[in-house]
Design a binder for this molecule. Sequence first.
Ligand code: PAF
Length: 279
Amino acid sequence: MQIVNTIEVLRHTINTWKAAGYSIAFVPTMGNLHAGHCQLVKLAKRKADKVVVSIFVNPTQFGVGEDFDSYPRTETQDQEKLQAIETDLLFLPAVAEMYAPDAKTVISVTGLSSIHCGASRVGHFDGVATVVCKLFNMVQPTIALFGLKDFQQLAVIRIMVKDLNIPVDIIGVETVREASGLAMSSRNAYLTPEQQQIAPLLYQSLCVARAAIVAGNDYAAIEQQVVSFLQQAGFAPEYFRICRSSDLAPAQSDDIDLVLLVAAKLGKTRLIDNLYFSK
Ligand code: PAF
């Protein structure tokens, strides 16, 4: 596995591969890799000739008071994992390589970036869209793979790619879960043993809500019940919403393709999850 820290060397390698006619799959990450990330890389290997993974804890997608400084950084273990699954190139830039001090451009997918997670994490999706757009310009991938756990992030990226005519196919990959149902996330590392027992209830609440929707129960009542359930379990729910999966707007009773979106804090750890299905 080639490890590259600069855009110049990255571009040189990519140009060589493109000249040889290779297709390139790209998996952008913030490191602290778990089975969900490895799943993305393994799938990427099946779909393209070369696989590029980036590890960059992107400061512009963290708000004031969020966990940028404490975000788990596990570079050595990450490199070993990527090596073991035969990643071709790991792009590992420093912040100064990614952002010039006088940078003035921000990519903002309006509307969708301000609702759900974007309402409490103001500017978060602008930071994501900007860094992903920059990474796409650097790597020029044929395809890029993202986990469906970050459902809203994936929706924002899909719109950005469409609106900016970026020539990349975006592939959403199923969430990988612990045996308990808890969605794998780098932030699970923050959970205490006691919180680890409670955390799977987040996914269970989604499954119960889906059953209630399929049974024809009232959406507003289900939303209220899930919030109360999570509160009683020890979470501080930020939101639980029944949405249309196409645009994440509130679902109407005749919508068929739905996604349940939830964000809740357990102690200081903010967890998100979702469940999408057709009625
Ligand atoms: O999902 C993530 O890990 C990040 O938001 C991403 C897409 C790598 C952008 O920093």
